[in-house]
Write a protein that binds this ligand. Structure first.
Ligand code: FAD
Length: 416
């Protein structure tokens, strides 16, 4: 028998949407091109799944890169506290870590996906493998979906196909194509929460070096765009690590503007204190070459890069360091410069920024304003957030609302 609702994509938002759609008495097919549900969900949070952030809805909204106000209704109905209650009441104990990040107590992302799949099956959601190739619309309303080898009729369809990032998990942008073919606008797409590429050869030389407790400053056309303290990693192509991923979400104008970053290697020391510290080290190592005096201050690999930046002559003795060189050294330590040429590709991006224009979707139901019976949830929407569990919170809240609304829509058209 044909279902009332077909949900395309068994990721975070699709699984949640299914559970709430059946709660409205609708029959539901949940289709995914993968044989296993939640392929991406299972690798989130380095396999631990940072499933939400234990904060108020307004804090979630302030952590969304674009117009987060679209989420007011979805978040009010299913805020982080309710998401946590949902998982715990269904048998998944949680814990809250630094930065209010919430994880399953088991530290296992599979437990999150398995629980959602179990709930779907318990509620008689038909979970099936199948790759959807299009959505069929007649007289302004959804009539069914097209599969590679056939057609399935339904009264409503929820597009939960995710973005373009980590395409090996199944998110290859199909939902954008479906939406466009039905008249929706897809805003500019680009990788976000993604490592950054640099033309500077020093990054490759420093490959593998992790810097903890440094401050990263990002400049957009010489204007300070953001600064944050944390951990950064050098790679063969540029820079990565938590600080860089977070910053990338704010760097939204590649191609239009120039970006560069500065790393403050000693954010806890002001320039005077740092100078005193350098003078002490120079005195301690006065009969050695300058580089020996710097090994206690920074990781060994950084020393040649700092010497290069302060134009120190080779084999300069510590006791011959001039005030001028000290000044340049402080500058290099407080603002280690790296040019940025772009981001890494979607394959390495945690999320996709951009998506289906939210103005074309009713925020109280997640239903399309253009096609009746067409709903959207999750990353396919033009919504992306910083790190901290916010992106999954978007998937849960929009998935639940789309599921309930699609269920109600089917009930209404049956009674019409
Ligand atoms: C490595 C990594 C770690 C992450 N860690 C976190 C974290 O800890 N916390 C956090 O909040 N966010 C995290 N994210 C982001 C988060 O995983 C996503 O924002 C979220 O999974 C989006 O959910 P979704 O349901 O919209 O899409 P997805 O989870 O991408 O699911 C989409 C599903 O749709 C299916 N699909 C697509 N097209 C079709 C089609 N044509 N037919 C049938 N099925 C189709 C795909 O196979 C896929 O299963 C992480 C992302 C990555 C890549």
């Amino acid at each position: 028998m044909n279902p009332d609702i077909i949900i395309i994509g068994a990721g975070a938002s699709g699984l949640m949407a299914s559970i709430f759609a059946v709660s409205q008495g609708a029959s539901v097919f949940l289709l995914d091109k993968n044989t296993k549900t939640g392929k991406k969900l299972r690798i989130t949070g380095k396999g631990r799944c940072n499933l939400t952030n234990n904060c108020e809805p307004r804090e979630i909204i302030s952590n969304i890169a674009g117009d987060g106000r679209f989420l007011n209704s979805a978040l009010a109905a299913f805020p982080p506290a309710e998401v946590m209650r949902f998982f715990e009441e269904n048998g998944l104990p949680l814990k809250t870590e630094r930065g209010k990040r919430v994880f399953p107590l088991s530290d296992n992302a599979n437990d999150v996906a398995d629980l959602l799949e179990r709930l779907c099956r318990k509620e008689h959601v038909q979970v099936r493998q199948g790759e959807v190739s299009g959505i069929s619309v007649r007289d302004g309303a959804v009539r069914g979906i097209k599969l590679q080898n056939g057609f399935l009729a339904c009264s409503a369809c929820i597009v939960c196909t995710g973005g373009l990032s980590y395409p090996l998990t199944g998110s290859t942008g199909d939902g954008y194509r479906f939406a466009k073919s039905l008249g929706h606008t897809v805003t500019e797409l680009r990788p976000s929460l993604v490592p950054l590429e640099s033309p500077d050869a020093c990054c490759a030389r420093l490959q593998g070096l992790t810097l903890k407790n440094v401050q990263l400053r990002v400049y957009e056309d010489e204007q300070l765009l953001c600064k944050e303290q944390g951990e950064l990693l050098f790679t063969h192509f540029g820079v990565s690590g938590p600080l860089v991923l977070s910053a990338s979400a704010r760097m939204r104008r590649f191609g239009e503007v120039k970006y560069r970053i500065e790393i403050d290697l000693k954010p806890a020391l002001d320039e005077n204190t740092l100078d005193q510290r350098i003078l002490r080290d120079l005195k301690k190592h006065q009969n050695k070459e300058l580089h020996n005096a710097l090994y206690e201050l920074v990781p060994h690999a950084l020393v040649p890069e700092l010497l290069r930046l302060c134009d120190a002559p080779e084999h300069l003795q510590a006791n011959a360091v001039t005030k001028e060189i000290r000044k340049k050294l402080i500058q290099a330590l407080k603002a280690f410069p790296i040019a940025i040429s772009g981001t890494r590709p979607y394959a390495e991006a945690i999320v996709t920024s951009g998506g289906i224009k939210t103005k074309e979707i009713d925020p109280r139901s997640m239903q399309s304003k253009l096609v009746r019976g067409l709903f959207f949830a999750g990353e396919v929407l033009d919504l992306d957030a910083y790190t901290g569990g916010f992106n999954l919170q978007i998937a849960w809240s929009t998935g639940r609302l789309a599921g309930i609304s699609a269920g109600q829509y089917c009930r209404n058209i049956k009674t019409e």
